[in-house]
Write a protein that binds this ligand. Structure first.
Ligand SMILES: CC(=O)N[C@H]1[C@@H](OP(=O)(O)OP(=O)(O)OC[C@H]2O[C@@H](n3ccc(=O)[nH]c3=O)[C@H](O)[C@@H]2O)O[C@H](CO)[C@@H](O)[C@@H]1O
Ligand SMILES: C=C(OP(=O)(O)O)C(=O)O
Length: 421
């Protein structure tokens, strides 16, 4: 059992080093398995639990993987894949496991998915993935718990996603990259992480156009080769550090190549937070009261659902009534009850939440229900009076690397503990 202990009240000051993006590195590990030729090198890899699970899963299907933690580098040799099975005990622990299916299909002719994990956010369907594989010529046998996908070669087709699924787009691009002929994916995801994966696949020899337009065309090629690629910075990690500066009335320099916070920056600016770009560094500062905000989550370039929970904490500390409308997931308000234990006033009605602030927060024993509610509780702890103890800290470690030392370097009083229960 991992637990975070936070004692609030310290303004955060200094330089925060932003990790590589979880939602880019996981598909890239899946992409590395598409090639039998050479060894893939991934740089700027975040040392998070999801990456450790992805390494275990790659090893379970036969790849040879070296995770060089201090160099934040992964070396993947997928020249020999030996098993099409994504075993439940690893695959059910993270969402990224779903991204291994295309490589197994191409390399072994089948993928046996014993489960897919990830944050518990309500319904998280995979129908676009499986319908897409079927249209490319695969046979999908959806059992109670195990899904068996088989194909003796895929053929390009026109695919349409009802909504622009992030991993759905990545999976169908990977499936199409080695299919015969042309695939068109309509209503494809626009997220920067998807574009980073397209960049890597293109370097590997894939022929992909239209990334970022919603209409992606993939001309299938015979084979792909191993490349070196640097993972883009994690805009969710960056958003959290910006919010930590804001709610503690601090001043933090965010360092991470090419960092772009997009709409999160504009929303925080509306709340009274100052941003200044100084060359490659983004400076965040707040020295006045926070104003309330309205948020509607959406696919990129809308407000990222993954930052909705941390933003709820910021809203609880803002003077006035904030409104949050969650449009991506139907069960992403588990944070509200935990924040209310700390003195917040959050009322949930279906997909909408009303946050009445500013309420002083008081340290309490709380539980992370998913990765982002966990990090939102860390933020609450930084601004609360007294001590906050956050259980189920493993969920935070799924997506944030070396959180406690990175926050301590800014002056936060935070420790990570491991106990027997
Ligand atoms: C590993 C990874 O990259 N995770 C991210 C990814 O998750 P993930 O790729 O799972 O999220 P999707 O974009 O696929 O899902 C968004 C919504 O579409 C629905 N849907 C999706 C696929 C499908 O086949 N059918 C269907 O109905 C889901 O139920 C959900 O309501 O994007 C989410 C939305 O930006 C982020 O919160 C996650 O951090
Ligand atoms: C929902 C998330 O992740 P995953 O899709 O990996 O569960 C997240 O990162 O907030």
């Amino acid at each position: 059992m991992v637990r975070y202990r936070v004692r609030g009240g310290n303004p955060l000051r200094g330089t925060a080093f932003i990790q590589g993006a979880k939602n880019a590195v996981l598909p890239m590990i899946g992409a590395a398995l598409l090639t039998a030729e050479g060894r893939t090198v991934l740089r700027n890899v975040p040392i998070i639990e999801d990456v450790r699970r992805a390494v275990e899963l790659a090893e379970a299907v036969g790849a040879y993987v070296e995770l060089h933690e201090s160099e934040r580098t992964l070396v993947i040799d997928a020249s020999r894949l030996t098993s099409p099975v994504l075993p439940a005990e690893i695959a059910r622990r993270f969402r990224g496991s779903v991204l291994f299916t295309p490589a197994l299909l191409h390399r072994l002719g089948e993928a046996i998915v014993e489960g897919v994990g990830g944050c518990n956010l309500g319904s998280r369907n995979l129908d676009f993935h499986y319908l897409g594989y079927k249209r490319l010529g695969a046979v999908v046998d959806e059992g109670e718990t195990v899904i068996h996908v088989k194909a003796s070669g895929l053929t390009g087709a026109t695919l349409y996603l009802d909504t622009p699924s992030h991993t759905g787009t990545e999976n169908l691009i990977m499936a199409a990259a080695l299919a015969k002929g042309t695939t068109v994916i309509e209503n494809a995801a626009l997220e920067p992480e998807v574009l980073d994966v397209i960049d890597m696949l293109t370097k590997m020899g894939a022929r992909i156009s239209g990334g970022g337009t919603g209409f992606i065309t993939v001309e299938g090629v015979e084979e792909l080769h191993a490349v070196e690629h640097t993972v883009m910075p994690d805009r969710l990690d960056a958003g959290v550090f910006a919010m930590a500066a804001a709610i503690t009335q601090g001043e933090v320099s965010l360092v991470g190549t090419g960092l772009d916070l997009g709409v999160v920056r504009y929303k925080l600016e509306q709340m009274g937070v100052d941003f200044a770009r100084q060359g490659a560094v983004l400076q965040v500062r707040c020295d006045g009261p926070l104003r309330p905000i309205n948020i509607i989550t959406d696919t990129y370039p809308g407000f990222a659902t993954d930052l909705q929970s941390p933003m709820m904490t910021v809203a609880a500390l803002a003077g006035g009534t904030s409104y949050i409308h969650e449009r991506i997931f139907d069960g992403r308000f588990a944070l509200a009850g935990e924040l209310n234990k700390m003195g917040a006033n959050v009322e949930v009605d279906g997909s909408r939440a009303i946050v009445r602030g500013a309420t002083p927060l008081t340290g309490a024993g709380v539980t992370a229900h998913d990765l982002r509610s966990g990090i939102a509780l860390v933020l609450a702890g930084l601004a609360a009076n007294g001590e906050t103890v956050i259980d189920s800290g493993y969920l935070i470690d799924r997506g944030h690397a070396h959180l406690a030392p990175r926050m301590r370097a800014l002056g936060a009083d935070i420790t990570r503990e491991i106990s027997e229960r």
